[in-house]
Design a protein around this ligand. Sequence first.
Ligand code: ASP
Length: 306
Amino acid sequence: MSWKLMIHGGSGAMRPGTIGTDQEARALAGLDAALDAGQAILAAGGSALDAVEAAARVLEDDPSFNAGRGSVLNAEGIAELDAAIMDGRDRSAGAVAGLRTIRCPVTAARAVMEHSPHVLLTYDGAEVFAREQGLETVANEWFVTPDRRAQLAQLVADGGEFDADIKYGTIGAVACDVNGHVAAATSTGGLTAKRWGRIGDSPLIGAGTYADDRAAAVSATGLGEVFIRGAAAHELCARMRIGGEGLQQALDAVLADIRGLGGNGGLIAVAPSGEAAWGFTTPGMYRAVAGPDAREIRIYDDASER
Ligand code: ASP
């Protein structure tokens, strides 16, 4: 059996020429580094779970993406971080939401999965738990970049509505290991100017993140409210497991449903066979895939990249 790793750094309104070449180069380098981290584990026979965590940690630390360092800011100018991880072997899962000082939210999610009787911890309680687990802490300012401050100021100046040209910079990783087990991880700062303790789909098991050895591992990016309503990640797996659909077919059907509900975004998925698929309703999605003999890193849709 061969391994496979697929990652995303968010979907959005990126078209060739609409993002700076510097920004483009940094994002491509970030995706490349994340593939390296996950690939090193999978190629050595390591687990899909370790690989998705390793890849997600690289992307969390990279300010090009809306997760960990470089996360978007809430209405008060604070980074609040959400993440989830799931192991397809036994559908064990862990998630955190509203973290403010834990450097690697995906590792906090894994700690919830492995060292607590719970699946989802939020806000102050999640912080206390992560600190008790000895996870690295940083000041909230460590996550904040000048670009994200400017983005928040612009949105507030424009009236605080969601931006139609938005780039959902959430990150995610899905993998299949040489033993045919799958795992998924997703990490995000959520949406710019979020209020009222808003939590999106990323840390919600079945919405933005799901992994099941009987079907696939899935990670989403996009307007979280719609992915929650569509139970997107689980729906993709259910279409395969109960409906008998293929991976790409199930993924496309879920994205069509998301679009029908008025949302947009993207999905990546890997099956225990090693088959991988991606799709998005936006002009672009930061994404990459690696296997034993191939590696591909993309931003725009196929038509504009040809
Ligand atoms: N799905 C994320 C959320 O709604 C946003 C994103 O994909 O960037 O929180």
